[in-house]
Design a protein. Structure first.
Length: 289
């Protein structure tokens, strides 16, 4: 269960990150927020390595192209989602994002040769049905075309990132997972951040730094999840973001969920449970043979 548990934790961290980004997007450009996100991550990484030599493992890699692709995918995923949530309510953006499990299964099959069993498709479809049940009543009619486009492109980049994480599963250490995307993100956004710089106050500095901590923790947790389990096994669990978002909305903002949201969350939880049961049955069947 390491893979599913790590995935659910990582998605929970991404939910907090999205909520924090939603607040920041009203005041700051995507370039400034992402620049400070990566600056925070690099400061933490090199600070830890100054205290503990080789903390996080080596920087050298035998797969520079995969790390480059992952860095580009993460950069554009961050930019697209930050822009999407500036133009869309969270419900609209999340409904687009929940196509990611299907994209991940397809990309894993195409590029990693991991064929998904029928159960993964079935229970991912049930999970998406739960999400639709919860979110469709709250969708904003006539949403921004730019917002939906950015959400779609961000979802594709996220799926590419997840697939590459799976491809790098044999490579030990975590430092490279921060170094390469954060260096690219810092260099790529620096000119645009300087051009549209808005001086943050003390509270906003904290929020911007928190964005970096959350992004780093979520990224590493998801990468570890895909080292322990295949994309097909984890795909249904990606819909757990719905119950996570409901919990955060209720506990932090005091917004009690409506009946449709509770029902949708129950469907998602049921799909995750049934998907895991299918995995267990398959493992038991293979063991008997």
């Amino acid at each position: 269960m390491k893979g599913p548990v790590l995935l659910m934790l990582g998605i929970g961290l991404f939910g907090v990150l999205d909520a924090n980004s939603k607040f920041l997007s009203a005041e700051f450009s995507a370039a400034q927020a992402i620049f400070l996100r990566h600056a925070t991550l690099l400061l933490i990484l090199f600070g830890l390595r100054a205290l503990w030599r080789e903390a996080g493992g080596p920087f050298r890699t035998a797969h520079p192209r995969l790390h480059a692709l992952r860095a580009v995918a993460m950069l554009f995923s961050g930019v697209f989602f930050f822009t999407a949530f500036r133009h869309l309510p969270l419900a609209d953006g999340y409904l687009v994002f929940f196509t990611a499990p299907f994209l991940t299964i397809i990309l894993a099959q195409w590029f990693l040769g991991e064929r998904a069993p029928r159960a993964a498709w079935v229970w991912s479809g049930v999970g998406f049905g739960g999400v639709a049940l919860a979110l469709v009543p709250s969708l904003a009619g006539g949403g921004s075309a730019l917002g939906f486009l950015c959400a779609g492109l961000g979802t594709l980049c996220y799926a590419v990132n997840i697939t590459v994480n799976r491809g790098l599963r044999a490579e030990s250490g975590l430092a490279r997972l921060i170094l390469f995307p954060s260096t690219l993100g810092l260099l790529a956004t620096a000119p645009f951040a300087a051009w549209h710089w808005v001086p943050p106050d003390a509270v906003q500095w904290g929020q911007l730094a928190l964005n970096g901590v959350l992004a780093g923790a979520a990224t590493l947790t998801l990468a570890l999840a895909f080292r322990h389990a295949s994309a097909a096994r984890l795909a249904p669990f990606e819909f757990i973001a719905l119950p996570w978002s409901v919990f955060l909305d209720w506990s932090v903002f005091g917004n009690a969920p409506e009946a449709a949201v509770i029902a949708g969350g129950c469907v998602v939880a049921w799909a995750c449970w049934m998907s895991e049961r299918a995995v267990m049955r398959q493992a038991m069947s293979s063991g008997k043979r």
